[in-house]
Design a protein around this ligand. Structure first.
Ligand code: OSB
Ligand code: MG
Length: 372
């Protein structure tokens, strides 16, 4: 297989509900959608779901655009490969920039699965026909507003709620949600803003009493030893997100026992190829995994659903329906969750959703177009 043309589109969608994390608030999200065309005219789409600012990872939409244009697209165009697993080797000399790489890797997988007449799920090794979705809720202005958000998603049937926490917004909101919604699985995500300090140690000791499914990324990404020390004294599993960017990071985390759960994100790890490898290694080591999200539009969200159909994804994934985030999505049909279950497309070759290329071209604020 050979990709002869790659286009990329910067597309912005308004969010249904503003999302606040420990670092910033968002009302719109801008992602880069990648369209790859092979020598026979077959098309594969990928999504670069980088946040606009460098607060989750060092990457931004602008750095992704620059890397695509200058290094990554030229590395892929006109090169022969027979399986998408071989594609990351084409840009192996480029260090980092996993979000940008993930969009191209995803385009290669969707192109290959479509051209070979298999669903993306089957191509990745998926075995499940439906996957369980959880929702991720941002920091709300008040506990009452948080409880209203939880109630809305509880009524929609999602079995797991993840709450963003930050110093000053942690034990109290968690206790309020656990008290009102005892039947829900609750998990917290700190996005790395806590430190090893008596004050924060007390927060984790209190959260440990709440029967949470996991505590995600309490400390800054490189602090693997600190995560290991925390895991050693908590009954609650520690989950790693930002700490694991490469499969080598996962090896280090396993060696240090830095956490019992892994959030696998296609974007953070540089694509589906790396995500499948992380799944295989973590599952073999007895680590529970689930698929995290970056508020993906429909292309990345459909890829997350396909990935979540692999057997090791035993915990609910952040693959809530498109309607939790966006009024209008870039794929038809949008991703739908029914009582927290998302059906995995298994019969249609490729992504399993039509990409609305016309909408993407019409709304793009910038376009890149390179040919071999
Ligand atoms: O840490 O998981 C995170 C979104 C942006 C940046 C970081 C994170 C998130 C989410 C999104 O929690 C979850 C989703 O896409 O449903
Ligand atoms: Mg996270």
């Amino acid at each position: 297989m050979r990709i002869d043309r790659i286009e990329a589109f910067r597309v912005s969608l308004p969010l249904v509900h503003q999302f606040q994390t420990s670092s910033h608030a968002k009302t719109h999200l801008e992602h880069i959608l990648v369209r790859a065309v092979d020598a026979d005219g077959a098309v594969g789409w990928g999504e670069i779901a980088s946040p606009s600012g460098p607060f989750y990872s060092p990457e931004t939409v602008d750095t992704c655009w620059l890397m695509l244009e200058r290094y990554l697209v030229p590395a892929v165009l006109g090169r022969d490969w027979s399986h998408p697993r071989e594609v990351p080797a084409l840009w192996a000399k480029v260090r980092g920039h996993e979000f940008a790489k993930a969009g191209l890797d995803m385009a290669a997988w969707t192109l290959w699965s479509k051209a070979s007449g298999t669903s993306l799920s089957a191509a990745l090794g998926g075995t499940r026909a439906t996957v369980t979705a959880g929702v991720s809720l941002g920091i709300e202005p008040t506990i009452d507003e948080l409880l209203a958000q939880v109630a809305k998603h509880d009524e929609a049937g999602y079995p797991r709620i993840k709450l963003k926490i930050a110093p000053g917004w942690d034990v109290e909101p968690v206790k309020a949600v656990k008290a009102a919604f005892g039947h829900l699985q609750v998990h917290v995500d700190a996005n790395g803003v806590y430190t090893e300090s008596p004050e924060h140690d007390a927060v984790f000791a209190a959260l440990d009493e709440q029967g949470l499914v996991m505590v995600e990324q309490p400390y800054t990404p490189r602090a693997l030893a600190a995560h290991a020390r925390l895991q050693a004294r908590l009954a609650t599993p520690v989950c790693l997100d930002e700490s694991v960017v490469t499969v080598d990071d996962l090896d280090t985390a396993l060696a240090l026992k830095a956490g019992r759960v892994l959030n696998i994100k296609v974007s953070r790890m540089g694509g589906l190829t790396a995500a499948v490898e992380a799944h295989d290694r973590a599952s073999a080591a007895g680590m529970d995994v689930w698929c995290g999200g970056m508020h993906e539009f429909g292309i990345g969200r459909a890829a997350n659903v396909a990935l979540s159909s692999l057997p090791g994804f035993t915990l609910p994934s952040d693959v809530s329906g498109s309607d939790k985030y966006y009024r209008e999505d870039v794929v038809t049909p949008p991703i739908r969750a029914d009582r927290g279950e998302v059906t995995v497309p298994t019969t249609v070759p490729g992504l399993g959703h039509e990409v609305n290329g016309e909408f993407i071209r019409r709304t793009a604020s910038a376009t890149l177009d390179q040919r071999a």
